[in-house]
Design a protein around this ligand. Structure first.
Ligand code: NAP
Length: 326
């Protein structure tokens, strides 16, 4: 992470479109680490713009997207995945020709296609910061969200390498560690590590609330038995996650197929009393947890260090929605 003021700014002016959790956090992170960069912000919702002004998420939050992008060097689209194409089209006539376009969408192949169709003449370098919380909206952002988190860039083949380097420098200055990946591979990796886990959380919490033999009071009372962690993930923004599943359909369905085969194997082991199979699988998964902690992507303390987050330590975790409460 760059200390305030000590990095050469890769852009003079950056415009953030969509001032919710991620857009707001980008605005605050740039102002923290690159005070020389002018940050412009726009959101389609007038109430969000008002909150953004009050919280200082950007230096300027004009009432039209045309004004927000007029003299900018970089636009970062921070709207829900299925709104990316429309948001890009809205600014098409006002964009300076030298301006680079990026985004933060949780799926990369479909978003790159939608933005490319709306802005065929511009340089587009998609990105995905693998950082988030289950909160959304303009009150949710904070400057340290990206500290020590990954940001995956998915430039297309033959991309402008100077543009990639400048965007990469911006994310590094905001505290992230930058990786580069092919968009399709990104979508498969994130289907395993983020999208399907969210679907499982939404499903198990829904199943528990539908069970007639178990009361809602009991579900809440005994939630510390593992269920509680699912409820945190299942509290994530419904618009964002609906868009993610519809936009990363192929990879999610592929991983779900594998998952249901593995679940059937677990079911069979339980039915036939195959303790060895269960023990072997649970030992493997324990090792994965250890590696995640060793790589600094989670906290080994009891309660995942949540007490610290509540007492003011900046809260952020590995991926969207999968985070300690703040
Ligand atoms: P958010 O808090 O809901 O913010 C999105 C904002 O964009 C909202 O204020 C929304 O306004 C506004 N918006 C929607 N359509 C617009 C348009 N056409 N023009 C301008 N503004 C528009 O969502 P978020 O969590 O920041 O997520 C934003 C993006 O980041 C998504 O693509 C998501 O996949 C990605 N992402 C999220 C996370 C995470 O953990 N949340 C992590 C990494 C990446 P309305 O609410 O009025 O529609």
């Amino acid at each position: 992470m760059t200390a305030p003021g000590d990095a050469a700014a890769p852009f003079d002016t950056v415009t953030i479109v969509g001032l919710g959790l991620i857009g707001g956090s980008i605005g605050l992170a740039i102002q923290r680490s690159l005070p020389g960069v002018s940050v412009q912000g726009f959101d389609a919702d007038p109430e969000v713009r008002e909150t953004a002004r009050r919280r200082g998420l950007a230096h300027r939050v004009p009432d039209t997207v045309e004004e927000a992008v007029a003299d900018t060097d970089l636009v970062i689209l921070c709207v829900p995945v299925r709104a990316m194409g429309a948001a890009a089209a809205d600014m098409a006539d006002a964009l300076p020709s030298h301006c680079i376009i990026s985004d933060v969408g949780s799926c990369k192949a479909s978003v790159a296609e939608a933005i490319g169709a709306a802005l065929p003449a511009h340089t587009i370098i998609p990105a995905h910061p693998v950082a988030g919380t289950e909160h959304s909206g303009p009150e949710a952002g904070f400057a340290s969200l990206f500290d020590n988190r990954w940001c995956i860039l998915t430039p297309p083949d033959g991309a402008d390498e100077e543009a990639v380097a400048r965007l990469s420098a911006l994310w590094s200055a905001m505290g992230a560690t930058v990786e580069r990946m092919d968009a399709e591979h990104h979508d498969l990796v994130l289907a395993v590590t983020s999208h399907v886990p969210h679907l499982i959380a939404y499903t198990i919490v829904g199943t528990a609330s539908d069970l007639e033999e178990v009361t809602r009071g009991e579900v809440i009372k005994y939630s510390a038995g593992g269920f509680r962690d699912f409820t945190r993930i299942a509290a994530s923004d419904p618009t964002m996650w609906r868009d993610v599943f519809l936009s990363n359909k192929q990879a999610v369905l592929e991983i779900l197929q594998r998952l249901s085969e593995d679940l059937s194997a677990m079911q069979r082991a339980i039915r036939w009393g195959d303790g060895d199979a269960l023990f072997e699988r649970f030992s493997q998964t324990r090792a994965i947890r250890r590696s995640i902690i060793e790589e600094g992507q989670d906290d080994a303390r009891p309660d995942f260090g949540r007490g610290d987050h509540l007492s003011g330590r900046p809260g952020n975790d590995e991926d969207e929605g999968d985070t300690p409460t703040r």
